[in-house]
Structure formats: C-alpha cells, structure tokens
Design a protein around this ligand. Structure first.
Ligand code: FMN
Length: 187
C-alpha cells in the first residue's frame, strides 16, 4: 500500500509569497495588484517572475510599461493587501481607496508603496504567455528597505520585515527560523 494519494494536477506548490506589484501607465496613472504567483527565478543578474492574468487591469499596464515594482508587505498590512486583490484599478484608485502612500522610484517609473518595508524595482526582460496567467520576468534594478528592518551589517532582517505567505486561499505567517543554508555541512 502506497503512502501517496494521487491528485489531479493543480497549483500544489506552497508556500507562496504575497506581494503588491505597482505599475504605471503612459499617462502616469499607477495601480496596485496583489500577487502570490511570484518568485525569484535567477540570481545573476537577479531576476524575478510575476504571473498576471490577462483579465487584470495591471496586465494591460504591464504589457506596455516595461517596468514594475514588487513591494513586500508586512503582517499589519494584511487587510489592505487582501483589499488590493479584491478590487480592480479599472473601477477605483487603490491608493486612495485602500490608503497606501506612493513614493517615487529611482528607475522603475511606477511608485514604491511607502508602507511596505521592502520595495524591488524591476525592468521587464521577458514576457511569456502561459494561458490563464502570463509571466513577466523582471531584472531587479534596485532594492529599497526600511532602515528599521536592517541588521547590524546593513542587510535585511526578514524577521523584522514580517512578510507572510499564501497557501491555497489562506494567509499564513512564517513561524520560527529552523536553520541556515549549509548547516548540513557543519554538522
Ligand atoms: C492573495 C491574493 C493573491 C493573488 N494572486 C494573483 C496572482 O498571482 N496573479 C493574478 O493575476 N491575480 C492574483 N490575484 C488577483 C488580483 O489581485 C485581483 O484580480 C485584482 O483585483 C486585480 O487588480 P487590477 O484589475 O487592478 O489589476 C490575487 C489576489 C489575492 C487576494
């Protein structure tokens, strides 16, 4: 008897990060979209992917913009993050409606979200049409972090950033640190 139950194909990967992507159209109007289908996809140069359904208002903007910002929210922003994923920029100005503060970015055109402790400016490198979602691969141009989440060496202390994740319709916090990379070699 196998210990495994075979399930039909579905998006079984977990956990996924929850982020807010900001993008800006040709007229200078920016929008915010909540995303969970994102990830780092290369390190040299650093790149990440963001998958956005063609029906989203943000998709229309991203297709033309060439730049976007990935803003990493912290747990106290959970309600606002959910809200940004439940209304469309076609119908409301999410900055006003939800109460986020735009901060001009250095390079990416689209504003950073002041309330998010980490902001990653990206230039779209590739666009891959996948069906239900299209993947925008962005080269990371610049990273901003709140000074109060930096450690003594100036690196990001991710515990202080309080990110959270998405597991099949549910939001989860991260729990405890359980190890460090390379720990198996030292043992
Ligand atoms: C937690 C969460 C994760 C989401 N992840 C994605 C995603 O990865 N890709 C996507 O296209 N939509 C995703 N959505 C849905 C969009 O955020 C939602 O449709 C939003 O209203 C689209 O906004 P827009 O029309 O202003 O672009 C997610 C929503 C939530 C609440």
């Amino acid at each position: 008897m196998s210990v495994k139950a075979k399930l039909p194909p579905f998006e079984a990967l977990c956990p996924l990060p929850v982020v807010l992507l900001t993008c800006q159209d040709e007229e200078g109007k920016s929008n915010i979209i909540t995303l969970a289908w994102v990830g780092i996809c290369s390190s040299d140069p650093p790149q990440l992917s963001a998958s956005v359904a063609p029906s989203r208002h943000s998709h229309d903007i991203l297709e033309k913009a060439g730049y976007f910002v990935i803003n990493v929210p912290s747990i106290p922003l959970l309600e606002k993050v959910d809200q940004a994923g439940c209304v469309s920029g076609r119908d409301v100005d999410k900055w006003q409606e939800i109460g986020f503060t735009p901060v001009p970015s250095d390079l990416a055109g689209a504003p950073l979200i002041e309330e998010c402790p980490i902001n990653i400016e990206c230039k779209t490198r590739q666009y891959i049409s996948l069906g239900g979602h299209d993947m925008f691969i962005g080269k990371i141009l610049s990273v901003h972090a709140n000074k109060d989440i930096l450690d003594a060496e100036g690196g990001v202390d991710f515990a202080k950033a309080q990110p959270f994740c998405f597991n099949h319709g549910e939001y989860w916090s991260l729990g405890e640190k359980i190890g460090s990379i390379g720990m198996s070699k030292k043992a």
